[in-house]
Design a protein around this ligand. Structure first.
Ligand SMILES: Cc1ncc(COP(=O)(O)O)c(C=O)c1O
Length: 353
C-alpha cells in the first residue's frame, strides 16, 4: 500500500514523561484512509493530527457503526521500538468490522499503517519504565444518511497517545463489583467485538459501581446472570484451589490478546488452566472455603490487574488479604518483561518496528 506523508509544520511540545496519565496526549500525526464503493479502501495518508470534519448526518453518530482497537508500542532499553502481537489486533478489527457490516481492511495494510505512523512519530514513544505509546486504530461510518442500513462510506483512522502506567499508583489490587442488574452483551450480540456501542451501554453500571466504592464491574451472562464473563476493559482470571480459570469465549466476551497470551504462558509453565463456564456460585463457594486464591484482570492498557475485593449483592470477598497474588505478579513480570524486551520472548510475540 502506498501511504503519502505530510509532516506537521507545528510540532507539539512533548509532555512530561512523569505525568503522562492515560489517553491525555496525542502525537503530531495520524493515519487516515477512506472507503467508498467505487474505490474500496483508498487514499492512505499520514497527516498532521487535526480534528475530523463530519457531516452532522454521518451514520456513525446516529447508528454507532464504529469499531476500534487498542495496542501499544514499547521502547526497549537499547532505544529500539517494538509491537506486541500486532496481527492479532488487525485480525480482531476485521472480525469486529465483519459483525458491524463495515468493509474489511487488508490486514497487512493495517499493520503497515500502524508501523509507518509509529515510525513517523517514533520520538513520541516514551522512554521512562512502564510507559508506552498507545495505538488506537478505529473505523467509522461517514455516509450522511438518516435511516438504518450499512453506510456506503467509511474512514479508517489511527491515532497515537504516549501513556504512563494505567494505574498511577502502580500494580495494586482493585475492587470489582459483580454486576447483577445490567448486562454487557447478549447471546448473538456484539460482545465479542470492539464496537464503540458496547462501551456506551456499559457506563451506567460502571458509574453505579464507582458510587459504591468499586473501580469497575464484573459482568455476568445476560441469560441467567450467573456465569462470569469479563470486566469493563479486561478479561478475568480466577485461581481456585490451584487451577486457573477464565471464562470461555462463548461469543459475548471480547477475545483479549493479553488473555490469549496469559493462557499460552500458563500452559507453557505447566500451570493448570482452563477456559470454561464459571458461575458466581462457584466463586462464592471458593471464597467461603478459602479456595479463592487469586483473581486478576488482563488487558492491553493495564496488562495485569490484581483484584483485591469482589463485591456481590451484599457480600464482599477479600482475595489474598488484598495483596497481589504470587502468580498474578509472575504473569505481570513475564508479560511486561517480554513487551519491554527485558526478558526473552520464546513465543515470537514481539515484532520490531
Ligand atoms: C471489554 C474488553 N475486554 C477485554 C479487553 C482486553 O483485551 P486485550 O487484552 O486485547 O487488550 C478489553 C481491552 O481491549 C476490553 O475492552
Amino acid at each position: 500500500m502506498k501511504i503519502s506523508v505530510t509532516l506537521t509544520k507545528n510540532p507539539k511540545p512533548r509532555p512530561d514523561e512523569n505525568s503522562l496519565g492515560f489517553g491525555k496526549y496525542y502525537t503530531d500525526h495520524m493515519f487516515i484512509m477512506d472507503y467508498d464503493k467505487e474505490n474500496g479502501w483508498h487514499d492512505a495518508r499520514i497527516v498532521p493530527y487535526a480534528p475530523i470534519v463530519l457531516d452532522p448526518a454521518a451514520m456513525c453518530i446516529h447508528y454507532a457503526q464504529e469499531a476500534f482497537e487498542g495496542m501499544k508500542a514499547y521502547r526497549h532499553a537499547d532505544g529500539s521500538i517494538s509491537l506486541f502481537r500486532p496481527m492479532e489486533n488487525c485480525r480482531r478489527l476485521n472480525s469486529s468490522n465483519d459483525r458491524l457490516c463495515i468493509p474489511l481492511i487488508n490486514e497487512d495494510d493495517m499493520l503497515q499503517a500502524v508501523r509507518e505512523l509509529v515510525r513517523v512519530d517514533a520520538d513520541w514513544v516514551p522512554r521512562k519504565p512502564e510507559t508506552s505509546l498507545y495505538i488506537r486504530p478505529f473505523v467509522f461510518a461517514t455516509e450522511p444518511h438518516v435511516g438504518v442500513h450499512p453506510s456506503a462510506t467509511y474512514q479508517f483512522v489511527i491515532i497515537l497517545s504516549p501513556v504512563g502506567a494505567y494505574y498511577a499508583e502502580g500494580l495494586a489490587p482493585v475492587k470489582i463489583y459483580v454486576e447483577d442488574k445490567y448486562t454487557r452483551a447478549s447471546k448473538g450480540g456484539t460482545g465479542a467485538t470492539k464496537a464503540a456501542a458496547n462501551y456506551a451501554q456499559s457506563l451506567k453500571a460502571q458509574m453505579d459501581a464507582q458510587a459504591k466504592g468499586y473501580s469497575q464491574v464484573l459482568w455476568l451472562d445476560s441469560v441467567e446472570q450467573k456465569y462470569v464473563e469479563e470486566v469493563g476493559a479486561m478479561n478475568i482470571f480466577f485461581k481456585i484451589n490451584g487451577e486457573v480459570i477464565t471464562p470461555a469465549l462463548t461469543g459475548s466476551v471480547l477475545p483479549g490478546i493479553t488473555r490469549k497470551s496469559t493462557v499460552e504462558l500458563l500452559k507453557y509453565w505447566g500451570v493448570p488452566v482452563s477456559e470454561r463456564r464459571l458461575s458466581i456460585d462457584e466463586i462464592r463457594d471458593a471464597a467461603h472455603n478459602g479456595k479463592l486464591e487469586e483473581v486478576f484482570g488482563t488487558g492491553t492498557a493495564a496488562v495485569v490487574s490484581p483484584v483485591g475485593v469482589l463485591g456481590y449483592k451484599d457480600e464482599k470477598y477479600v482475595i489474598n488479604n488484598f495483596q497481589i497474588g504470587e502468580l498474578t505478579q509472575k504473569i505481570y513480570d513475564e508479560l511486561t518483561g517480554i513487551q519491554w524486551g527485558t526478558r526473552p520472548d520464546p513465543f515470537g510475540w514481539v515484532m520490531p518496528l
